[in-house]
Every structure is written in C-alpha cells, then in structure tokens.
Design a protein around this ligand. Structure first.
Ligand SMILES: O=C[C@H](O)[C@H](O)[C@H](O)COP(=O)(O)O
Length: 262
C-alpha cells in the first residue's frame, strides 16, 4: 500500500500533503494535473471528508475533474469561480527564479489559464525537478491540428534564432495516433536541451500561427514545495527569497502514510 511508495512517489506525496495544508476554508482552488497533483486532490478530499473543509475546486483537466469528484470536492468551472485564491499544481522542471516547464501530461493550456487567474500559484514537486537552466525536459507546445506540420516548420525556423541547443519538434503520440489534448489539439515536444532565454522563447513561440500555448510558465509561480524521498519538505518562496525547511513527519516510513486510505 502507500507505505511501499518509491522515493520519488514519497517526495511527491509529502510535497502535495504539505501544500494541501495551505488551503483554507472557503477558498476557490485551482487543481493541477499529473501524478503529484493527484496526491494533492486526494489529500484535499480527505480534508473535505474528515475536517468538513469547504472549497470550490477548479480542475485543469478532465482527469483531475474526475478525481476531484470521486474524492468529494465541489467542482466548478473557472468561469463560475471567476477568480481563484490559490492554484496548486505539479511541474516538469523549475529553476531558481521559479520559472517552470509544464505540460508533460498535455494539460499546460488549462493549467496556465487557471494559474494566471489565481492570487497565488504553488508548485509541488520532487527535488529531481529542480534545474539550473530549463530545457532538459522537452518543452510542450500545444498546436491546433489544422496545418500542424507547417506550424512545426515555423517553430523550428524560429528556434534557429533562439538561444537553445536543439531545434527538433516531435509530434506527441498516443500509441499509433497523435496525442489529443482536452481542447482537441496536438502537442509538439521541443527538444531544446538548454533554454538560454525562457522569457523570450515563450513570447516567440506564442507568435507562431497555429500555436495555442507553450509550456513555459514565466513569473507565474510564487512558491515551490519541494519534497524529498526521505520525507523532508522545503519551501521556496519567490518573495522571501529564502528556503524554509519543514519536516512533515518524524521521518520516512509507514507512519508517514498511515492517514492515507488504500
Ligand atoms: O500536463 C501536465 C502537467 O503540467 C503536470 O503538472 C506536469 O507534467 C508534472 O506532472 P507529474 O506531477 O506527474 O510529474
């Protein structure tokens, strides 16, 4: 059961659980997508059930919407919520300025809209997601299906002028067919290796016709809750510019997970 989590899943779990404590009664909360965010949604469901926590959750994907409903969180659309107090989401990479690459699960379009419509965005991540320079993780770019090959050519031409090490854009597949996002689009994964100027790249990519949104989150994230395989949690705060150490539990081991349902 949960006591047998791998070190990476332990790290994701402790980060998610710590971030779930930031959610207060009455909040409107953006619910991220991915394996780390799933721990968060489950934990919030526990708090709803056990503590009577009242929140409205705005999911960033159909997967998250389904899970949130299953665990008893009241789900509303972004338009119903209007503006959010807090969004908590995972990331594929984060750097020292808390800029991110997201979209490994293909959800970065809704995630970026929801995070931008929030007073605060908190990322939850295992420590392996921290990088000095973004770009080792392939950068997802959502493109509309019409003329996607032309869009890819235009992106690769634009990359030639950018401070990146690679310029290839690969169509994400789901088995034999192109991957399709919740919005009915495709994803091009850009293998850049190193992004010298992420802010400039984000702007350039979104100017290519056919591009809907790229997975670079620049100046959107306020805090990163970093989990480690031994149960330690660190908080990176963009405003405080400090690292706070936080010990979630007495240490690693089954006691860490004793509050989780099967
Ligand atoms: O599209 C997916 C999202 O951006 C995820 O938050 C990101 O890929 C991280 O996912 P995970 O927590 O599974 O590593």
């Amino acid at each position: 059961m949960t006591g047998e989590l791998s070190p990476i899943d332990t790290a994701k779990y402790v980060a998610a659980r710590r971030a779930a404590d930031m959610v207060e009664d009455g909040m409107r909360v953006g619910l991220g997508t991915g394996s780390t965010a799933a721990w968060l949604v489950r934990r919030l469901g526990e708090r709803v059930r056990d503590e009577g926590l009242r929140i409205k959750g705005v999911p960033t994907s159909t997967r998250t919407a389904q899970l949130a409903c299953e665990v008893g969180i009241e789900v509303v659309s972004l338009d119903q919520a209007g503006w959010l107090d807090l969004t908590i989401d995972g990331a594929d990479e984060f750097d020292g300025d808390l800029n991110l690459i997201k979209g490994g699960g293909g959800a970065h379009l809704q995630e970026k809209i929801v995070a931008t419509a929030s007073d605060q965005m908190v990322v939850i991540a295992d420590a392996g997601k921290e990088v000095e320079t973004l770009g080792a993780f392939p950068l997802p770019v959502e493109v509309i299906p019409f003329g996607w090959q032309t869009t890819r050519t235009l992106i690769e031409e634009a990359l030639d002028t950018m401070d990146v090490l690679g310029t290839s854009a690969a169509l994400r597949m789901n088995g034999e067919a192109p991957f399709v996002t919740d919005e009915g689009n495709h994803i091009l994964d850009l293998h850049l290796q190193r992004i010298g100027n992420a802010r400039q790249l984000a702007l350039v990519l979104n100017q290519v016709p056919g591009v809907v949104e790229n997975g670079l989150f620049i100046d959107i994230c306020d805090k990163v809750v970093v989990g480690y395989g031994d149960g330690r949690v660190e908080l990176r705060d963009i405003n405080a510019g400090t690292i706070e150490l936080d010990q979630l539990a007495d240490g690693a081991g089954e006691n860490l997970f004793s509050d989780l349902a099967d």
